[in-house]
Design a protein around this ligand. Structure first.
Ligand code: SF4
Length: 177
């Protein structure tokens, strides 16, 4: 049986959802027999490839780089899953919205609250511009499945992946947005 192409993406999140994915332990070998990992923080691809069958997204949309990549991923992915509460609702990452307009935020973080001799790195491509409000993934692009949890446990991730790989509707997860 040919393997499907599989990607994972890390936007505005703490990596806890990817750690939960790695908690699948020995089942990762079963997964590897069914999927070919083509993009993600666990791989070394620099660009998101065309024609990806299944993509899991951890984290909220917090900056222009996230937004552009989310749109590219949606164009190039057949089944898109929001993995974990940051992708599903904004969660911890969206607490930034309480600070209001983010225009001065990087200045505060890099300069005023850090070493006062430092400034915000300005070289192109180093620090993406923050978007006005952090949003969940489905506010930026249509999402096919949602797996809430902070993080979702490994057994729940496995149940979802087993269903999706079998071509079935995952029973444990919601569909909204
Ligand atoms: S949902 Fe929780 S574990 Fe996952 S990225 Fe957000 S804060 Fe981290």
């Amino acid at each position: 049986m040919s393997r499907i192409t599989f990607a994972t993406v890390w936007f505005g999140g703490c990596s806890g959802c990817h750690m939960s994915l790695l908690d699948l332990d020995a089942w990762l070998f079963d997964l590897a027999s069914k999927v070919e990992l083509v993009y993600g923080p666990l791989a070394d691809q620099k660009t998101f490839p065309d024609g990806v069958d299944l993509t899991l997204v951890e984290g909220a949309i917090a900056n222009e780089e996230h937004l552009a990549l989310a749109r590219e991923i949606r164009r190039k992915t057949r089944v898109l899953v929001a993995l974990g509460d940051c992708a599903v609702t904004g969660n911890v990452t969206a607490l930034r919205n309480l600070a209001g307009d983010p225009s001065g935020l990087l200045q505060q973080i890099y300069a005023e609250r850090g070493d006062p001799t430092l400034a915000v790195p300005r070289a192109p491509g180093i620090v993406p511009r923050l978007i006005e409000r952090v949003t969940p993934l489905h506010a930026a692009v249509p999402v096919d499945h949602f797996l809430p949890g902070c993080p979702p446990s490994a057994p729940r991730i496995r149940a979802m992946l087993e269903a999706l790989l079998a071509g079935a509707e995952p029973s444990e997860i919601g569909r909204f947005g």
